[in-house]
Design a protein around this ligand. Structure first.
Ligand code: ADE
Ligand code: SF4
Length: 415
């Protein structure tokens, strides 16, 4: 095959890609612009998120933040609101920070060199290469998952695709190919091929402009390449959350300002490693009228709450609850004293939901304590908490899993 190319019969792959792209590409909103801000927004949204999902968010985001200075001037909460549902919220936080840097250090004009783009928060080699090539027509490699797959197949690269070795090889090849063509068209053409033709499963090799000399195609390895390092199983985290509601509302806490789902609001909760058997201790989710006063629940047989949960679980839940809230002395209730324990406080499982992140899985269970006077709770000093009225919950940015649980507990969609 190589000799065919050398003999000049087959145009350079970059040229074939661009020729194909010109007649086969999809019309996507970010393809009607050279505005580097818009390219940055679209490329940021498109990381880890599908094109169809991104399109409405892209329009709404640019409607609200039409230029980089409006994004820089916005409140972070409002940016997160616009992002809500796209996930991976650090992308949104970094995009806003990047806008601030562009305004404060570049006079509000997006920089056009790889080095200065790389210095913006959240902008890595891929995004820098995409903005530099697509918006500024600079010959810069932009290697995303699509590009890795296309090149690994075309060149028959057998290093697992998630390794540095594979990434280096692919970047080198893409840099060379990029010199052969107009950078903006080349970057988009190879991504587009990966998205629409050289797809992860069942690539459409019969319509591919690279099939004549594609190693994977010619050797029947399109469903083997690219190779991947086997994944470690996800760590399972048990999340014990509490439904603590009084006349002031439902108690919510703010997650820390860094790490997973930073700064979002949720039910007060404790995260623990999942141990075999944790599930067995709990009953099923049962219907409960959460507004029934505690006294009524206490005086009843308890049977209307469904199966009684084991006292071992109750004791565990008590010890977790005291990490979140305490009652002042004399107000009775959540203490570890024997007398209080003998009052047989119990917990009702009112909701549960799983949520899968990249490396971990959450198994969230929400418990409502029975027999606790919530009028005088004191919050743990290291947590930011407040009571929020049911009708106002939708004004807060909650992780999707909590929206789902709260919605099902309240019998409505929170959002
Ligand atoms: N995925 C990442 N960047 C893209 C782009 N510019 N167009 C389509 N899909 C993409
Ligand atoms: Fe991908 Fe098939 Fe084209 Fe090779 S021929 S680049 S495997 S679509």
């Amino acid at each position: 095959m190589k000799s065919q190319q050398e003999a000049g019969k087959l145009p350079h792959p970059a040229h074939r890609l661009v020729t194909w792209y010109k007649q086969a590409h999809r019309q996507l909103p970010w393809r009607n612009t050279k505005d580097p801000y818009r390219i940055l927004v679209s490329e940021t949204m498109l990381q880890q998120t599908r094109v169809e999902t991104v399109i409405p968010y892209y329009h709404a985001f640019l409607e609200r933040f039409p230029d980089i200075s409006s994004l820089a001037a916005a409140e972070e909460d409002e940016v997160l609101k616009q992002w809500q549902g796209l996930g991976y919220y650090s992308r949104a936080r970094n995009l806003k920070k990047a806008a601030e840097v562009v305004v404060s250090q570049h006079g509000g004009v997006m920089p056009d060199t790889i080095e200065s783009l790389l210095s913006l928060p959240g902008v890595g080699p891929y995004t820098a290469g995409a903005v530099a090539s697509i918006a500024f027509d600079k010959p810069a490699p932009a290697v995303d998952g699509n590009v890795l797959r296309v090149i690994a197949r075309f060149c028959g690269i057998v290093d697992p695709i998630d390794t540095l070795a594979a990434k280096r090889k692919v970047t080198e090849i893409v840099s060379q190919w990029g010199m052969e063509e107009q950078p903006s068209l080349f970057t988009q053409s190879i991504m587009e091929l990966g998205a629409t033709v050289c797809t992860p499963r069942s690539p459409k090799c019969d319509v591919c402009p690279l099939k004549e000399d594609c190693v994977a195609y010619l050797t029947g390895q399109t469903d083997v390449l690219p190779l991947k390092t086997p994944k470690k199983p996800r760590k399972i985290i048990r999340v014990i959350a509490f439904w603590l509601e009084n006349e002031q509302g439902i108690l919510l806490e703010k997650r820390p300002n860094h790490g997973l789902l930073a700064g979002m609001w949720q039910l007060p909760s404790v995260e623990t490693d999942w141990k075999d058997g944790d599930q067995k201790n709990t009953g099923e989710v049962h219907e409960t009228n959460l507004l029934v006063p505690d006294a009524e629940l206490d005086s009843g047989s308890g049977s209307k709450l469904g199966p009684k949960l084991g006292s071992k679980l109750d004791a565990e839940l008590d010890s977790q609850l005291v990490r979140l809230v305490t009652m002042p002395r004399g107000a009775e209730q959540v203490t570890t004293s024997r007398a209080a324990e003998e009052k047989l406080r119990s917990y009702v499982l009112v909701g549960e939901e799983k949520h899968i992140f990249t490396h971990i899985e959450w198994r969230v269970q929400v418990f409502r304590p029975v027999g606790i006077n919530l009028s005088q709770v004191e919050f743990a000093p290291d947590r930011e908490m407040m009571f929020v009225q049911r009708a106002e919950i939708r004004q807060y940015v909650l992780p999707r899993v909590y929206e789902k649980i709260i919605g099902s507990i309240l019998g409505e969609r929170v959002r």
